[in-house]
Design a protein around this ligand. Structure first.
Ligand code: CA
Length: 220
């Protein structure tokens, strides 16, 4: 799941980003409001937005995004005593908020909850035939056999499983699994898909390649 973090406090940002990456999120981190507005055009599952930024305020970022039709679920980060900001943020279209200081573990849980609600499926697990996939962690198994997926492999399978039976374009997969700082060579996606395909064999769902279109997960 790809998440945009907007936070100018470097120590806090590093803490959040480090924790979320270890939890299998794909993270882009920006430090100011203008960059956030531009970056938010990418397909994020959730945006985490600090309200106190060095250039334009987080509230202005939020307002510009919503006015431009960006409906990505968004969590604002505010100071504990900033009730007005919190209320303004929610009124401007934020979906949730966290009061600083907070436990990053809770932020991760709220991101997952928002992404699930947005997906219209509140269940933390996803099943396709005999494949069961944990949306939150990296766990996946086929008929009880653990798949031992790495972070990006799990991300690939999650997108394919959420769209089982439908073609998922290469662009969409690349957008979901690579951050803007990641090296995503033309063959990187095929590499990850190939690994997942082998791990699903012989009894799991099959990943079908549609040349020039994308990939499709077919239940076993
Ligand atoms: Ca700040």
């Amino acid at each position: 799941m790809r998440v945009l973090i907007v936070e100018d406090d470097k120590a806090l940002g590093r803490g959040i980003v480090g924790y979320l990456r270890a939890e299998a999120f794909t993270i882009d981190w920006v430090l100011d409001g203008e960059t956030a507005v531009q970056q938010a055009a990418e397909p994020y599952a959730v945006i985490v937005l600090d309200l106190g930024l060095p250039d334009i305020s987080g509230l202005e970022v939020l307002q510009r995004l919503r006015r431009a039709g960006n409906r990505t679920p968004l969590i604002i980060l505010t100071a504990r005593d900033a009730l007005k900001d919190r209320v303004a943020g929610l009124d401007l279209g934020a979906d949730d908020y966290m009061l600083k200081p907070f436990e990053v573990e809770e932020l991760a849980a709220r991101i997952r909850a928002l992404a699930r609600r947005r997906g219209g499926d509140p269940s933390p697990t996803l099943s396709v035939g005999n494949l069961t996939l944990d949306r939150n962690g990296a766990h996946a198994d086929v008929a009880g056999r653990p798949l031992e997926l790495r972070r990006r492999e799990h991300a690939v399978l999650l997108v394919l499983a959420a769209n089982a039976g439908k073609v998922v374009s290469r662009q969409r997969l690349i957008g979901e699994i690579f951050g803007h700082d990641d090296e995503a060579g033309p063959n990187a996606l095929d590499l990850y898909v190939g690994r997942v395909r082998r791990k699903l064999e012989p009894d799991g769902p099959r990943i079908v390649t549609l040349r020039g279109q994308g990939y499709l997960l077919q239940p076993a």
